[in-house]
Design a protein around this ligand. Structure first.
Ligand code: PRX
Length: 655
């Protein structure tokens, strides 16, 4: 790829610059540093000396109904944080903020349509009331502490209310991304055995109404769901089953707005969130109450430097972990205002996101490199009229950001003024664990930065030896890990052990990411070393795509590879061995439908090649590495281990 060169640019107004360049690194200016929660390196020293003690100190930032007995307990591969402590996340987000902040705006909702007048802004008190009403309604539906509740909602305020209501009564929410198919919903509901699902009639996407209730109806077939709570959003017609389906508003309107928060043990399950595993089946990542709440509170405070006046816009859908932690819980725990936008950031015009920043006076903007590259593609011209006066900090997450996109983000979105926190984490880690802190720095484009204080990382070679110099290796987390790291894979302890604690033994958490450190200790993430591909920041495994494709009766087997994509970062390419009895174009269309149905539109491949066979070793292993090289036109190297080298030319001829 041609390396893009951007002019060095200083702030539009140098007196307002919050970031300055020294050598090839960037640092916050004195002005930013002065106001930041964390503005000197003492915190790193303190944390390094005694990480458990350090986290205990941070744990005091939240409200505990009862203090923990033991801060960290390690029985490899299991561990606990703050055992014996009692708390409730919803109480921390709402009740504890009400005395000081009851009339402060907690949530701003921006609908997709610019002409829609519904102005749904919730103060902390209003959000508290809505949450309590739904919590009471859920109890009446029979939901009890420990029960799993499915949430299949678009980006509307009710998703925030639903998650907090579950947490309030100790129910374990499982949010399923609204663009996932009914089949994906079903698999998750079956695994969790949820009896209640909260969904909506429909929602808007690029001006179209998507009938979500229809998907929900299909998805709950063959599951244990007995009650469906339906939010009226789009007003589309829906099929209705009396006794099973209830309108959200009917259930909540006469409920009391007081519902005592359940007292949860620190290690009680908080939520399950499914993510792609190395086989076809998604894994239910389990997070627990105490550690997650502490980590979510303090990572937001220190990394986004949340202050009272901040208006934070994290563009992630709450269906993903970024949405759980930073669209919802962290800003609320910190008593600031969070913004939830229903639509796509480039609809109806490419500058919609910029309009929203301006309209709501957003101070901190957090998005994914895919979005940044898309904004870049639309050109900087359309941004000239936006001043982003209030913007003071930018963040990025979900996939590596290259230097060109970083500089574009810095220059055009940040107007050459704002620090950028490039935040590394995973569904499993629950919150950000690597990034330079904005009040300290340093920032280096394409490097995420330093480990969060109190979290010990290493980069190991295949043999488990620490990599020195700038050598690439596997990124791992060492004890005492972090309070918010996953506690298990739901109903699958073998997978938990195998995925995270087998590569380097039961004391070392294996992230599945490749990385290296520069001379300043800043970490650069190379990407996944397993079969996960990040398509527009979304996590998909080649295995789950292959399973969807192989389930078509005309397909014998398939191999999926991820290839670099200018906008999406990576894109899937499919090679499928087909039975020669079908029109190829028709078959490709059917495969697309199959993927949409089994997974959802986010997993659509960039290209499908129908092939006679796949390159295999004599033991029958599919050589995906060779397929990638054929696709990218690289030298294929030694092919002597192949059982069927003749297939190479045939595949090449299809390109
Ligand atoms: O490969 C890393 C990449 O995203 C993976 C985790 O994906 P997921 O569980 O969907 O969570 C994404 C949002 C937290 C990681 O293993 N990743 C995440 N953040 C970054 C990143 N890669 C490079 N730079 C990042 N900042």
């Amino acid at each position: 790829m041609l390396k893009k060169v951007y002019p060095e640019r200083n702030s539009d107004d140098p007196s307002r610059a919050l970031l300055e360049k020294r050598g090839d690194l960037y640092y916050p200016t004195k002005e930013f540093q002065k106001k930041a929660w964390i503005n000197n390196g003492k915190i790193y020293k303190e944390a390094e000396k005694a990480p458990i003690k350090f986290w205990e100190k941070l744990a005091k930032e939240i409200y505990w109904q009862k203090k923990w007995k033991k801060a960290f307990l390690h029985k490899p591969p299991y561990f606990e944080w703050f055992s014996g402590g009692k708390l409730n996340l919803s109480e921390n987000c709402l009740d504890k903020n009400i005395p000081k902040l009851k009339d402060k705006i907690a949530l701003i909702w921006e609908p997709e349509s610019e002409t829609e007048t519904a102005n749904r802004i919730f103060t902390y008190k209003e959000l508290f009331q809505e949450v309590n009403k739904l919590a009471n309604a859920l109890k009446k539906l029979g939901v009890k502490k420990g029960d799993r509740v499915g949430i299949y909602l678009p980006m509307i305020p009710e998703i925030v209310v639903s998650m907090l209501a579950c947490v309030r009564i100790g129910a374990v929410h499982t949010v399923v991304f609204s663009a996932f198919s009914s089949q994906s919903l079903k698999v998750r509901l079956q695994d969790t055995e949820a009896k209640v699902l909260i969904t909506a009639d429909g929602y808007y996407r690029r001006g179209q109404i998507i009938n979500l209730k229809q998907n929900a109806d299909d998805g709950i077939n063959e599951t244990k769901v007995e009650k469906v709570v339906v939010v009226k959003r789009a007003g589309n017609e829906v099929l209705w089953r009396e006794g099973r389906d209830f309108w959200f508003n009917d259930l909540t309107k006469d409920e009391s707005d007081k519902c005592e928060a359940e007292s949860m043990d620190s290690e009680d399950p908080l939520f399950l969130l499914y993510t792609s595993g190395s086989t076809g089946k998604p894994k239910g990542i389990l997070h627990t109450c105490g550690g997650y709440t502490v980590q979510t509170k303090v990572t937001g405070k220190f990394i986004f430097d949340f202050h009272n006046q901040d208006i934070f816009w994290c563009t992630s859908d709450p269906g993903w972990i970024t949405g759980h932690t930073y669209t919802i819980y962290s800003p609320l725990l910190n008593g600031i205002t969070t913004l939830l936008f229903e639509g796509a950031p480039d609809w109806p015009t490419p500058d919609r996101w910029a309009k929203i920043i301006e309209k709501h006076k957003v101070t901190i903007f957090y998005t994914a490199p895919t979005a940044i590259r898309m904004f870049e593609k639309y050109g900087a011209e359309i941004l000239k009229k936006y001043k982003f006066e209030k913007l003071r900090l930018l963040g990025t997450v979900g996939e590596p950001i290259d230097e060109a996109a970083w500089l574009w983000y810095f220059n055009e979105a940040g107007k050459g003024r704002c620090p950028i926190v490039d935040t590394w984490w995973q569904t499993e880690t629950g919150g950000i664990l690597i990034t330079s802190l904005p009040g300290i720095g340093p920032f280096r484009p394409a490097f995420t930065g330093l480990p969060f204080p109190g979290v010990r990382f290493d980069i190991l070679d295949e043999k488990g030896k620490s990599c020195s110099g700038e050598k690439e290796g596997n990124l791992v987390i060492l004890p005492p890990f972090s309070p918010g790291l996953l506690r298990g894979i739901y109903k699958n302890p073998e997978k938990y052990l195998e995925t995270y604690w087998s590569q380097y033994g039961k004391n070392v958490y294996f992230t599945s990411d490749g990385a290296y450190k520069d001379k300043d200790g800043l970490i650069r993430i190379i990407g996944r070393v397993d079969d996960v591909i990040k398509v527009a920041g979304h996590r998909i495994t080649t295995g789950e795509l292959e399973a969807a494709i192989n389930s078509h009766f005309s397909i014998d087997e398939s191999a999926v590879i991820g290839i670099p994509d200018k906008i999406k970062g990576e894109a899937p390419i499919v090679f499928a061995v087909y039975k020669n009895d079908k029109n190829k174009e028709e078959l490709k269309k059917e495969l697309i439908d199959k993927i949409k149905k089994e997974i959802g539109p986010i997993a659509l491949p960039k290209e499908i090649y129908l092939v006679e066979d796949l390159p295999k070793t004599r033991s029958g292993k599919i050589m995906r590495r060779i397929l990638r090289k054929i696709f990218t036109g690289e030298e294929l190297g030694d092919l002597s281990t192949l059982a069927n080298p003749e297939i190479i030319e045939k595949i090449k001829n299809l390109m």
